[in-house]
Ligand binder design. Structure first.
Ligand code: DC
Length: 238
């Protein structure tokens, strides 16, 4: 069985490597789908949100202001992070500490969203993100993978779903984990985050001109996966 591969050590040319970008709004399921596509193809996976989360956490640990773009840039260039593939899961270390679970918390998401608004910080993370493009291919998950980071990707997906459907999925996830959740509040939160993400000055969330937009509202994860793998085959990427 093929497994998701962690970032390789080498940082060679990204030119000839096939990249599938998967962008979309919060709770669109792009993280799950990107992982499934990467596993199905045996390609590398870039979770670009994790880099912003790592940077936010690293800055906070060092007492660096999340508003101080000049101080954040060197941290972004030399982020002491490692992505380690373990039994099909990705272990993420920051300065030698396993932060895989903590990184996914709302608390760290908040730090990430504050560092992500600085253009120089985004520029500083660019080379790191592009270094994930290694043979046999890369699936890149984020907000600006198709519009900014991998503009020449041969297959760009913009995955979305209605705010109500995304809230419902998030609600079910939270309930499954035993957390309290309020559906109306989740819909409201998702609408607010869409508004912020799509209207921010820096790298606003939008589909690339050549993106294939998939509205997953009526679809299952397997439907979406089949659609993307079908497109990859049609474009002879696999
Ligand atoms: O996808 P996520 O929740 O892990 O992203 C964390 C934060 O980073 C979120 O505020 C959006 C931001 N982000 C970004 O600006 N650009 C990306 N390519 C990925 C994430």
């Amino acid at each position: 069985m093929t497994q998701v591969m962690a970032q390789p050590a080498s940082q060679s040319s990204t030119q000839a490597v096939s990249v599938i970008t998967i962008d979309g709004p919060v709770s669109s399921g792009k993280g799950t789908i990107a992982r499934r596509v990467a596993v199905a193809l045996g390609w590398h996976l870039l979770d670009s949100g994790a880099l912003y989360r790592l940077l936010g956490l690293h800055a906070r640990n060092l007492g660096v202001s999340l508003e101080d773009s000049d101080a954040l840039v060197p941290l972004a260039r030399d982020l002491p992070a490692r992505f380690i593939e373990q039994r099909g899961d990705l272990l993420i270390e920051l300065a030698g500490v396993d932060v895989s679970d903590f990184l996914r918390t709302e608390e760290v998401g908040e730090l990430a969203s504050r560092v992500a608004v600085h253009q120089p910080v985004r520029d500083a993370l660019m080379a790191r993100q592009q270094s994930f493009a290694q043979p046999p291919g890369l699936v890149a998950d984020g907000r600006d993978m198709g519009t900014v980071v991998f503009t020449r990707a041969p297959l760009k997906i913009y995955l979305t779903a209605s705010p109500e459907e995304r809230a419902r999925r998030r609600y079910n996830q939270l309930k499954e984990k035993g957390f309290d959740a309020n559906l109306a509040a989740l819909v409201e939160d998702i609408r607010n985050r869409d508004e912020r993400d799509m209207n921010r000055d820096v790298a606003p969330l939008k589909p690339a001109d050549d993106a294939l937009v998939i509205d997953s509202t009526p679809l299952t994860i397997d439907d979406v996966l089949d659609r993307i793998l079908g497109e990859a085959r049609k474009r002879t990427l696999v």
